[in-house]
Design a protein around this ligand. Sequence first.
Ligand code: TRP
Length: 366
Amino acid sequence: MPRHGRTVEEIITDKRIDGHLAPRTSEAAIGGELLNEAIAGNKGSIVKAGDILDPLADFARSAAQTLARNPKSLEPRFLYDARGSKLFDLICEQPEYYLTRAEASILEDHASRICEIVGPTTLVELGSGSSVKTSHILRVFTDYYGMTHYVPIDISKAALEQAYQNIARQHEAVNFIGINGSYECAFPLLNQITPVTVMFFGSSIGNFGEEEERIFWTSMAKCLTRGDYFLLGVDLVKDTETLEAAYNDKAGVTAAFTRNLFARMNREFSSNIELDCVEHEAEYCEQRQRIEIGARFTKRQIIEVKPVAQSFEISANEKIHTEISRKYRLDNLIPYLSGFGFETSLVLTDSFKRFALLLLRMVKDR
Ligand code: TRP
């Protein structure tokens, strides 16, 4: 998989973090006081959310639970270890994966308008990854309003550190407060911050199941204050060919991303999976309007999850599900969101109408 003459492996093992720009880190639980201190500090910090369990035990317990089900699955949040997060950044650069470019082009064209509408607010980003896309919007906010508090929340500490490097270098007027944790960490924080604009890019909302999405919007609506904003990126329903190509890039980066989950099990659980028999699979289900992603095993395997002393048999040709990516129709989405108290202030699409960015305003009281 050569890219600029280097293999995927070389690119993702490249150490890009240099010491002198290291953020302050804290293991303490993020709560009212710590958050206020971080915001007042104007310096930049990465804090670990309080509810994170021992990461290895968490992964092992979850894997054992979801591998015992029929059909078997693994929770997608485990795709994003340090290596997985770097692979994901590479997915976003693949020619078939139009989502990131389409979203970035919308952001570039309309950042000033968004900035004028929402006014000077704290910016919270869910699943920020390496914050590449956010850089542009941060530039516009600091130009308009000066010092801007930016609170990215991500499951991957490595991605947050990378984000800190990207942002701290370019933006003097950004106070970076990284939160290392899952999306749920956002809710208690959002209770305390207003005015706020929550950003959720990359159509990651589509990675929730229907019920999960409903719970997400219900919880979000409960912790936002009337007048707060939510900037949402969603991928739109389109032809199967374009959709499937986006999740089956020719260079094999998405396949490497799926396979990394099993490589991670080998690294962390000594699972003894033969990686050669793990085949990435991503298919569009038109009826459910979603891409279904997983790993098809070409050979019978025993997956050992040693930290919990359990093992699971995978038969030849069995698929382990890893992710879904739902696609949206604006005609359904806008009324759906209004049911939770979100009024759509702006609907922005790219020139090919492949992707949409919605600026939502909370119009209900908590
Ligand atoms: N939010 C991304 C999406 O739904 C996540 C994603 C892209 C993904 N490619 C993937 C997840 C491949 C798992 C496997 O488009």
